[in-house]
Design a protein around this ligand. Structure first.
Ligand SMILES: Cc1cc2nc3c(=O)[nH]c(=O)nc-3n(C[C@H](O)[C@H](O)[C@H](O)COP(=O)(O)OP(=O)(O)OC[C@H]3O[C@@H](n4cnc5c(N)ncnc54)[C@H](O)[C@@H]3O)c2cc1C
Length: 448
């Protein structure tokens, strides 16, 4: 019987365990988790509100998530984003400006001036050569123009990656698009081929699954998904081991064994690590010093989340929320109007905001972070009242930063890893930033 270990029980580890057990039902699958299953997904309740200190929604774009939700039998609990509040905003000159969400709305968007829109239109017919370490900001500036870099790339980078667009490597966050741009005769062709290739890949793998594209979550929050996965894994015979792996060692058989501080475990035929880079580097410190050192070069951006509950009589707003471009010099990355996105997140007469603040939260007290957020919201949304309460969460380990040089770093890590047969690295340090990236890459790894 094949023995497989998955280290880390975040969405990446859970989905690897799920797809592996499904494909190899006879194998012994062991999922090691040091703290709580779900990792960053850690829904909690506070004063009658449902808070998501980490991710709050899944971006369904392939049908894979819907398929899994059906297999887990939780489709009745699935929530789609409220379409009435779908408008996203970007701050420009201190005001909320509607962000373009389709090519047509792009023409009418007041985020860019008319000549800049013409430039983008003309760019579609041109061929571009981008170098592998070009930043997201420069890629957007070279291809679409300066304003697009400032008012589209910058807020997107800050909202999704918690980093500045100047600090993100374009080819690392959009590897397939980068490749298509290098190969296609025109930008328009590259974009079309990129989206068609993705659609065809998933149609080929999953068949014609009916699914609704867009942002979703569950009644009870994303933890509902984690709990359903846990119940399914347990039922299907996956062993969930609550222990922190501290070391990997090569056995005389050529296989690898794991151990925690308290306990050694037997060897495994396959080991998939989905833990953060700091812990991964530590686990490998004795088995392969060079690999451990290379992993330790990974960069992260710490981020903080400040929830605030408002009396609706004092303040509420329409839409999904807004992002702040760096140019605006407002000390927050953006804000989600959480009670607008999914129903039932707080009482009807209240309004819930989730604001992201970058930087090392350990340097600030809770009330300092809350005050900083409140001042920024008051400035942007012209709020006069105080919130009923605030709750601060710190992500000190931070979001993996796909900084310039990330592509080379990842290549080096995987070259060193190739010496260790049967071992694989996944999770958001390697497989993309979002929940969907983790689920999709786990599926692809198990079903190549
Ligand atoms: C504030 C914030 C908001 C976000 N919002 C969204 C969003 O709305 N939508 C979205 O798609 N994505 C969002 N993301 C990104 C999303 O959270 C990540 O893509 C995802 O959680 C990464 O999952 P993972 O399994 O790779 O890592 P993790 O969730 O970090 O899981 C790793 C797990 O490994 C465990 N572990 C670590 N070391 C060991 C060890 N030695 N032994 C055993 N276990 C160990 C940890 O305890 C943890 O449970 C957000 C992230 C943050 C921080």
């Amino acid at each position: 019987m094949q023995r497989i270990a998955v280290v880390g029980g975040g969405i990446s580890g859970l989905s690897h365990a799920y797809f592996l057990k499904k494909k190899y039902p006879e194998s012994g699958v062991f999922l090691f988790e040091a703290a709580s299953l779900g990792g960053n997904i850690a829904t909690e309740e506070h004063d009658g509100a449902l808070l998501e200190p980490g991710p709050d929604s899944y971006l369904e774009r392939t049908g894979l998530f819907t398929t899994l939700v059906r297999e887990l039998g939780i489709e009745k609990k699935l929530l789609h984003e409220d379409k009435k509040n779908a408008k996203r905003y970007v701050i420009k000159d201190g005001y909320l400006v509607k962000a373009p969400q389709s090519p047509l709305s792009f023409i009418f968007s007041s985020l860019l001036f008319f000549p800049e829109k013409i430039k983008i239109f003309l760019a579609m017919g041109k061929k571009f050569s981008l170098w592998p370490t070009i930043t997201l900001f420069d890629a957007a500036r070279n291809v679409l123009g300066f304003s697009a870099a400032e008012y589209l790339a910058s807020p997107m980078a800050r909202g999704v990656y918690g980093s500045e667009a100047e600090d993100i490597e374009f080819s690392a966050v959009f590897p397939d698009l980068f490749q298509k741009i290098a190969e296609a005769p025109k930008l328009k062709v590259a974009l079309k081929e990129y989206s068609t290739a993705k659609k065809e890949y998933w149609k080929d793998r999953l068949g014609s699954v009916e699914f609704e594209r867009g942002i979703c979550s569950f009644e009870g929050g994303l933890i509902t998904f984690v709990n359903a996965l846990e119940a399914h894994l347990t039922k299907s015979g996956v062993q969930i081991v609550r222990d922190k792996i501290a070391r990997i060692q090569k056995h005389s058989s050529g296989k690898y064994a794991l151990s925690s501080k308290a306990k050694p475990y037997d060897t495994f035929d396959k080991i998939i690590f989905t833990v953060n880079s700091e812990n991964l580097s530590y686990i490998w410190r004795e088995a392969d010093k060079e690999l451990s050192r290379k992993i330790s070069e990974a960069k992260n951006s710490p981020i903080n989340v400040v929830y605030a509950a408002w009396n609706k009589k004092d303040f509420s707003a329409g839409g999904y929320g807004f992002l702040v471009p760096r140019k605006e010099k407002i000390p927050i990355l953006g804000c989600i109007f959480a009670s607008n996105v999914f129903s039932g997140r707080i009482a009807e007469n209240r309004f819930l905001t989730k604001t992201m603040v970058s930087g090392d939260g350990a340097l600030f007290k809770d009330d300092e972070l809350a005050n900083l957020t409140q001042e920024a919201l008051a400035r942007v949304l012209r709020i006069k009242a105080n919130p009923l309460w605030t709750k601060v969460f710190r992500h000190t380990t931070g979001i993996p930063r796909y900084a310039p040089g990330y592509g080379e770093w990842k290549k080096d890590v995987f070259a060193l890893l190739s010496k260790h047969e049967g071992v694989h690295f996944a999770g958001w340090a390697f497989s993309g930033i979002g929940l969907a990236d983790q689920l999709e890459s786990a599926y692809k790894y198990v079903n190549p």
